[in-house]
Design a protein around this ligand. Structure first.
Ligand code: CAA
Length: 257
């Protein structure tokens, strides 16, 4: 399928979505939003794909929602359109998604990265929620997901001042999983994605669902949910294969990978 604002590529069981509006530092307009969601849903439904990578350019993962597209709009129009709500569809993708972030991840860009399952950051990455400088607040989940990722103090400070956090601080604060040299970002993201895609897909999907559940429910409910999902994993042929392979001291040959 031909897209206007993104590039897509598959390599083995890994799919990559590259944001591609260089003239606007990958600002997230409606077309880009719809295309990212369509591509991600397509890969989610494709049995040949086990992991998705979302990335941008060396200069910008994404510099935020498209300010020029929003600037003249009225509140009622935003409300009726439920502006930004379609992004929630991305969080319903069931396969693991890695955000590979270099350069600016600001506003909606930071929020998009946080919608992914984890962030792999280039040492050039800069994260921020600078909406306050535009006279507004984050609108794609920043006040919620950043707070859960880095805690109240840093989230408040970043959202109230709009300052950027560099990759080192982002790793220290728990916003990103790991930092890699900028020129190795795509290679490292592909390696990570291949590792994940090489696991049993029902297991990686269930892990994603269980970890995400921890943000929605009490500890007791979450632990019970995890245990039930663990039990149901014994209906997956890959459980038999994975455990047999361990005992027989060989590599597993998963059916669902
Ligand atoms: N929306 C629309 N266009 C954008 C954009 C955005 N978020 N960010 C950058 N651009 C455009 C610029 O207007 C410029 O276009 P022109 O050449 O036509 O003027 C082009 O991209 C290059 O940008 P700069 O010249 O500004 O590049 P720079 O290197 O000097 O600065 C930057 C880079 C610091 C990231 C700066 O572009 C910037 O501050 N961008 C806006 C960041 C921002 O405020 N993001 C939050 C947006 S609101 C939001 O995201 C709401 C939400 O919660 C969902």
């Amino acid at each position: 399928m031909a897209y206007e604002t993104i590039l897509t590529e598959t390599q083995g069981r890994v799919a990559t979505i590259t944001l591609n509006r260089p003239q606007a530092l990958n600002a997230l307009n409606a077309t880009l939003m719809n295309e990212v969601i369509a591509a991600a849903k397509g890969f989610d439904a494709d049995a040949g794909i086990g992991c998705i990578v979302i990335t941008g350019s060396a200069k910008a993962f994404a510099a935020g929602a498209d300010i020029k597209e929003m600037a003249g709009r009225e509140a009622t129009e935003m409300y009726l359109a439920d502006w930004f709500a379609p992004w929630e569809e991305l969080t319903r993708v069931r396969k693991p998604i890695i955000a590979a972030v270099a350069g600016f991840a600001l506003g909606g860009g930071c929020e998009l990265a946080m919608m992914c399952d984890f962030i792999l950051a280039a040492d050039s990455a800069k994260f921020g929620q600078p909406e306050v400088k535009l006279g507004v607040i984050p609108g794609m989940g920043g006040s919620q997901r950043l707070t859960r990722a880095v805690g109240k103090a840093k989230a408040m400070e970043m959202c109230l001042t709009g300052r950027f956090m560099d990759a080192e601080e982002a790793e220290r604060s728990g916003l990103v999983a790991r930092i890699v040299p900028a020129d190795k970002l795509l290679e490292e993201a592909a390696k990570l994605a291949e590792t994940i895609a090489g696991m049993s897909l029902p297991a990686t999907m269930a892990i994603k669902e269980s970890v995400n559940r921890s943000f929605e429910v009490t500890l007791a409910e979450g632990v019970r949910f995890e245990r039930r999902v663990f039990h149901s994993g014994f209906a997956n042929a890959d459980q038999k294969e994975g455990m047999a392979a361990f005992i027989e001291k060989r590599a597993p040959n998963f059916k669902h990978s």
